[in-house]
Design a protein around this ligand. Structure first.
Ligand code: PMV
Length: 354
């Protein structure tokens, strides 16, 4: 019968880099110029849910994002689909009487429906969760034998930061040495239970979509910034080692110093790009000042901050009590919808807990 449909649904959270990836050495394969480290959010917040399905009655590959059809013709989707199909295996569902041979996957077509549980336009990294979820669900559907690290090297070709969302907890994207990118993949540094005191609070400073895409921003930076060379060669390799130690020892003071200085250097590199790239705005800067002032008034840092390619603040509080105080301070200093353009807060309760 040609009537059957086989489907798989998966859910993947986004991740936030605490040592940033910025700059590619190969644009097509998406190979970075430095290692990076991230924390994967709780899957109950900021995640993508994707259902992939296959049926002999489908006549072409199609995809819907938040209910709206999108094109799969882009190079990044095509790379992911090609890499996964090349590794597909036999699939048998005895109950449904379905038998798919390895080679059938080259001819069978897919339908993919993906939803973000947060506004895609909010300027919060959605491609990371999206491509990780797409690759993971397709790998399950096609019975791939590869482990999550090997799958991360496929997700990387959809969006660089996506490779880090194949694992929970703390994750390192190793830049790799190979020209074909086979060793540019993600490994888990610590699982989600390792440091579960941490709470992540995201302040949505502006829900507008970022003006400079990460792809064109990175290209301009690599072509024009002198600072990025120093960063990639001298600064990040040392920070990666220090950050790994800080995570291992749950050393919040070192974690905060490394995450904050790395975010600030990333934005300095953006300013050093010509023409300059401004991702943070006045509100972002005021949030940094507020957190820095607080940290300095205490014996030891209470909150780390980091900003990606947009003005939204990601803050990591050392524990739940501090997170409650942080929220109070934010609401007091940045009342939503009044003198600032702070729209809302997204609170990642128990952030990195599953
Ligand atoms: O993977 P992309 O192209 O969305 O780039 C992500 C870049 C940053 O978010 C700014 C840093 C990072 O490591 O995630």
């Amino acid at each position: 019968s040609e009537k059957w449909v086989l489907m798989v649904t998966a859910r993947t959270p986004t991740n936030i880099a605490v040592i940033k990836y910025w700059g590619k050495r190969d644009e097509k394969l998406i190979l970075p110029i430095n290692d990076s480290i991230s924390v994967t959010l709780d899957p109950n917040h900021l995640c993508t849910t994707t259902t992939v399905s296959v049926s002999p009655s489908f006549v072409e590959d199609r995809m819907w994002l938040n209910g709206k059809e999108i094109s799969l013709q882009g190079g990044r989707f095509q790379s992911c689909l090609r890499e996964i199909r090349a590794r597909a295996n036999d699939v048998e569902d005895e109950k449904k009487g379905i038998k798919i041979k390895k080679e059938d996957w080259q001819k069978l077509h897919l339908q993919i429906a993906s939803y973000n549980n947060f506004p895609t336009a909010a300027g919060l990294a959605s491609s990371a969760a999206g491509f990780a979820c797409l690759v993971f669900s397709l790998a399950k559907l096609m019975n791939l034998k590869e482990d999550n690290s090997q799958l991360s090297a496929i997700a990387r070709q959809g969006s660089g930061s996506a490779c880090r969302s194949l694992y929970g907890g703390f994750v390192k994207w190793i830049m790799g040495k190979e020209e074909n990118g086979s060793d540019s993949l993600a490994v888990q540094l610590a699982d989600e239970k390792h440091w579960d005191d941490l709470v992540i609070i995201i302040a949505v400073v502006s829900a507008r979509q970022k003006e400079t895409s990460s792809t064109s921003g990175m290209r301009d930076t690599v072509e024009t910034s002198a600072l990025i060379k120093h960063r990639a060669k001298e600064v990040v390799p040392k920070r990666i080692i220090e950050m790994e130690t800080a995570i291992k020892n749950r050393d919040f003071a070192s974690f905060t110093r490394l995450a904050c200085t790395d975010s600030n250097q990333f934005h300095a590199v953006c300013l050093d790009t010509y023409p300059p790239i401004f991702y943070m705005n006045d509100t972002s800067h005021r949030i940094i000042s507020c957190v820095e002032k607080w940290n300095r008034s205490e014996e030891t840092p209470q909150v780390a901050y980091t900003f990606d390619a947009g003005p939204n603040a990601v803050m990591i509080a050392r524990d739940r009590k501090t997170a409650a105080l942080l929220l109070q301070r934010l609401l007091y200093n940045f009342p939503p919808k009044s003198d600032t353009d702070l729209d809302s807060y997204v609170i990642g309760d128990k952030s990195i807990l599953q």
